[in-house]
Write a protein that binds this ligand. Structure first.
Ligand code: ATP
Length: 337
């Protein structure tokens, strides 16, 4: 049985007339990587800020390690916050301190002895791969290196939870990939629960076990990443998934496809458990319909693959209708009209 380390129970947050979060129910297990995705203004930062009580919920409960933190005094909250690390995309490093000094800072605040601090900082800088930069200043570092310092600093006091804000990504895609792989190591080697907020589905695909989609302050869909990718239900989720797959022809592609393919066009979602092969293999013999794959993309996710294929179906209208109906029994199919 997995144990929730963070639980939202009907949690809401209003800023005056603005409802940033409304009745959020969400449960994050110890040791998992949980992604929260949503467009700008959906409420992601607010959700994360409720976890370390930088904001207080205006309704409902937020449990961290079984304790409802909405009811705690500031003094008790400081203790809870010690168990939660935070990595900001804007880095928030102190420019006047060296890399070493930045990572050592939270240990100093927590009252660690000098020798212990030095040992811990050295170990952390090695772990994040910037031991050789210990005596440099933030301004001398690249974005990726700064992010590594931020991760080392966030891990300094051995938090159980790490909150990572990837939503205003200041890094190029390659560096983002390196940072995500580092976060994965933090999770697998130290068992740290990671909550990552993002507006990129590629980030979700690369790193997360489960994902929640936020829209207008509500969780509209959540589940294991593989399931959400294979069968997104809500239109917002479908759009996010499509940005990763790039499987849907954009209007310019579609215009070119139409010039060469006058038959009816459908987009079929495919995954390991949504196979269209059996239906298509009988297209000619059973339906007297020819088909051609005219566009598509299939990606790997863990041990499964998923994606979308755009097919041209050529045959009598009634026959094509029948084939589409049988494809629909196997998966989501959309006709492009
Ligand atoms: N301190 C605040 N005072 C007033 N309104 C706020 C405050 N913080 C957030 N909001 C509002 O709450 C809503 C959710 O904001 P939030 O920052 O949580 O969204 P987000 O999904 O993190 O967006 P982004 O991706 O742009 O950071 C928005 O309408 C925002 O304007």
């Amino acid at each position: 049985m997995s144990t929730p380390i963070i639980e939202f129970r009907g949690a809401g947050k209003n800023f005056g007339d603005v409802t940033a979060l409304a009745g959020v129910d969400l449960s994050i297990d110890a040791g998992e990587i949980y992604a929260v995705i949503g467009h700008s203004g959906a409420g992601k930062s607010t959700l994360v800020r409720l976890i370390n009580a930088l904001e207080r919920a205006t309704s409902g409960e937020v449990l961290v390690d079984g304790v409802d933190i909405t009811k705690l005094s500031e003094r008790r909250l400081r203790e809870v916050r010690l168990g939660i690390g935070m990595v900001f995309q804007q880095f928030n490093l102190m420019r006047s301190r060296t890399v070493f000094g930045n990572v050592a800072y939270p240990l100093k605040v927590a009252g660690w002895a000098k020798a212990d601090r030095e040992r811990r900082v050295t170990e952390l800088l090695k772990f994040v791969g910037i031991a050789d930069k210990a005596w440099q200043y933030p301004d001398q570092l690249s974005g990726g290196q700064k992010q590594r310092v931020g991760i080392a600093r966030a891990l300094a006091t051995n938090p159980k939870i790490l909150l990572a804000d990837e939503s205003t990504s200041a890094l190029d895609p390659e560096t983002t990939g390196e940072v995500l792989r580092l976060l994965k190591r933090v999770n697998s080697e130290f068992g740290v629960t990671i909550v990552v907020i993002t507006h990129e589905m590629e980030v979700v695909r690369e790193i997360a076990d489960r994902v929640a989609v936020l829209k207008d302050g509500k969780v509209i869909e959540h589940g294991p990443v593989r399931e959400v990718f294979a069968a997104p239900r809500e239109p917002t989720t479908k759009t996010f998934v499509e940005t990763v797959l790039r499987a849907r022809p954009d209007p310019a592609d579609l215009a070119r496809i139409r010039e060469r393919h006058p038959g009816r066009l459908v987009i079929a979602r495919v995954s390991d458990d949504r196979r269209i092969g059996p239906v298509l293999s009988e297209a000619i013999s059973r339906y007297d319909v020819r088909f051609e794959v005219v566009h598509g993309g299939v990606k790997e996710l863990g041990s499964t693959s998923f994606g979308s294929l755009t097919l041209e179906l050529i045959g009598a209208d009634a026959a094509v209708d029948k084939l589409i109906a049988d494809l629909r029994a196997a998966t989501d199919v959309e006709e492009l009209v």
